[in-house]
Design a protein around this ligand. Sequence first.
Ligand code: GRF
Length: 211
Amino acid sequence: MVLVSGRGSNLRALLTTAAIERWDAELGAKVVAVISSRADAEALDVARAHGVPVHILPHGEFGSRAAFDEALTRTIERYPSALIVLAGFMRVLTPEFVRRHAGRLINVHPSLLPSFPGLNTHQRALDAGVRVHGATVHFVSDEVDAGPIIAQAAVAVHADDDRATLAARVLQQEHRLLPRSVRHVLEGRVRCVERRAVLKDIARGELSVLA
Ligand code: GRF
């Protein structure tokens, strides 16, 4: 199950990788459905083009965060799904939702956490003058953009970067990192021990990328 709000490039990377690597045959896994918090998300076209069922839950139509999250859970539970992947899902989830789905909620975030949680990460990285920036895939905890880290990719920040060039360099890494992380979690090679994700039999460089 994949949750989206916007462009859907990470969703596309996931669907494409799943098709190339034959996840259906090899892992018995597929993207069962896509839920969008926005009716105009381009990600919906990506899902439809791959024949994946879509559900639209416009967050503005719900009276409260809790009501939205309940509708989300009801929709999620219509499908058998081992994992719930937040791929550009721009809603903060309630602690109840996070607790209910703990251990199977994964998010991709465009920074090297714990630096730059929240929004506008690329501009903030430029403003801070960091030389290295990147992306993180992590299990979701009830703190925003925190939770056990599964994978990270680091990219160099160039002297002439602006927000767009830096975002594009990071996004390229997200597209590799997210499908790999999902695959490893589905294979049972990632375990949470206390507040850390521990990896088993994963080649060096698979989930810690220095691009
Ligand atoms: C990505 O940068 C992701 O890390 C962040 O939102 C963006 C979504 O992009 N959470 P897309 O919709 O996958 O193209």
